[in-house]
Ligand binder design. Structure first.
Ligand code: FAD
Length: 347
């Protein structure tokens, strides 16, 4: 099989990359080791929070105000694209960063000031859930439905997608899978937490980290009108339209054991999720589902985004906040690989 570009990984980032490649009029084959959206992209909290994994004021200090603003703006573009493309599964819930204690409340104020100073809308929240900082424009999505719908759209636009087709070897101009070889001018690897398994030279730059969640219900619909993160971002939740609450986090409780590709849930983190659920919502959960998945993390919170070998490009390592940032990076790596851009969203 031949294509101009082979994209490895059919999560939100790989699918956005494919969408961009098709807009640039090149032929694309996409492969996934499992199902479309079968990894983190279809199993996450569904928060469409603009920005990187760092809160905006921290990003501005660490990356510089201009770079932080560019990255934030790129994720705003992706958020709006998802809201307009998929109105049946995405909604503008707002994102509330809820202060866990007085120290975090002070930090929420600094966060709010930095966003406003940069011209991004946000407001103070003082309401039934507590106090914090609210970005009204942020949103939530059904993450698996998003991947499936995106896959349908890019397939209709001409991409050839193959599930259950792991890339087992990359050789110059070819991607090998157990069922055949894809000959391609360019290869783009968009597998986030699995980057090192395909590109071992990235060892140390990006590593897999397990994130765990639970679902609880039924709860009265509308109890939590906003997507929420709290406790410095360690914990996050959204309430689905049917009242179910999806609650994730407590990775700090698991410690270094969470630095793994093992997608099993663990008792300490799940127990902590139950405790935190009760603290945040005011009642213990009625757990219906528990799950885990792997995301790629980096030391500075910035993803890998660039050419790794001649003709082989990679994106990944969104440090747990990749629904928007991953899609922005997927588009950016497509433009870089094709030579249409010389710098990207993270430069
Ligand atoms: C529990 C959890 C909750 C999260 N909550 C949020 C949230 O609320 N908001 C947010 O913005 N982010 C969240 N994240 C992070 C977000 O899910 C990820 O950053 C994002 O999904 C990354 O998307 P991706 O397409 O790059 O990678 P993935 O979703 O990991 O997709 C990569 C794909 O590559 C495939 N693959 C791997 N190896 C191979 C191979 N050898 N050959 C072919 N295919 C391969 C996998 O099967 C997979 O389908 C969460 C993550 C987790 C785990």
């Amino acid at each position: 099989m031949h294509a101009d570009v082979c994209v490895i990984g059919l999560g939100g980032s790989g699918l956005a990359c494919i969408d961009q490649l098709l807009r640039d009029d090149v032929s694309v084959v996409g492969v996934d080791a499992g199902r479309v959206g079968g990894a983190a992209a279809g199993r996450n909290g569904g928060l469409l929070r603009a920005g990187t994994s760092l809160f905006y004021h921290d990003a501005a200090v660490k990356y510089g105000p201009d770079r932080a603003a560019r990255m934030y703006s790129a994720t705003v573009v992706e958020r709006e694209r998802l809201l307009s493309r998929f109105p049946s599964i995405a909604r503008r819930s707002g994102y509330l960063r809820l202060a866990h204690d007085s120290e975090e409340e002070r930090d929420c104020r600094a966060h709010l000031t930095a966003l406003r100073d940069a011209g991004f809308p946000a407001q103070w929240y003082d309401g039934p859930l507590g106090r914090g900082m609210l970005v009204d424009d942020d949103a939530v999505i059904d993450p698996l439905a998003r991947c499936r719908l995106e896959a349908g759209l890019v397939s209709s636009a001409g991409a050839r997608l193959f599930e259950q087709s792991p890339a087992v070897a990359l050789t110059p101009g070819a991607v090998e899978t157990p069922d055949g070889v894809i000959r391609c001018r360019l290869t783009i690897v968009a597998v986030d937490g699995a980057l090192v398994s395909i590109l071992p030279e990235l060892e140390g730059r990006v590593w897999p980290t397990r994130l765990q969640m639970l679902a609880s219900g039924p709860h009265p619909p509308g109890q939590l009108p906003h997507a929420i993160s709290t406790r410095w971002g360690w914990d996050y939740l959204q309430q689905l339209p049917d009242g179910t609450i999806a609650f994730g986090g407590c990775r700090d409780v698991g410690g270094t054991a969470e630095r793994t590709t093992d997608g099993s849930i663990t008792a300490p983190v799940q127990a902590a999720l139950e405790r935190r659920f009760a603290e945040v919502t005011g009642a213990p959960p009625s757990v219906t589902h528990r799950w885990a998945a792997t995301a790629g993390y980096t030391a500075d919170g910035l993803p890998v985004l660039g050419q790794v070998r001649p003709g082989v490009w990679a994106t990944g390592g969104y440090s747990g906040t990749g629904n928007l940032f991953g899609a922005a990076c997927g588009r950016a790596v497509a433009r870089l690989a094709l030579g249409w851009a010389t710098d990207s969203v993270i430069d």
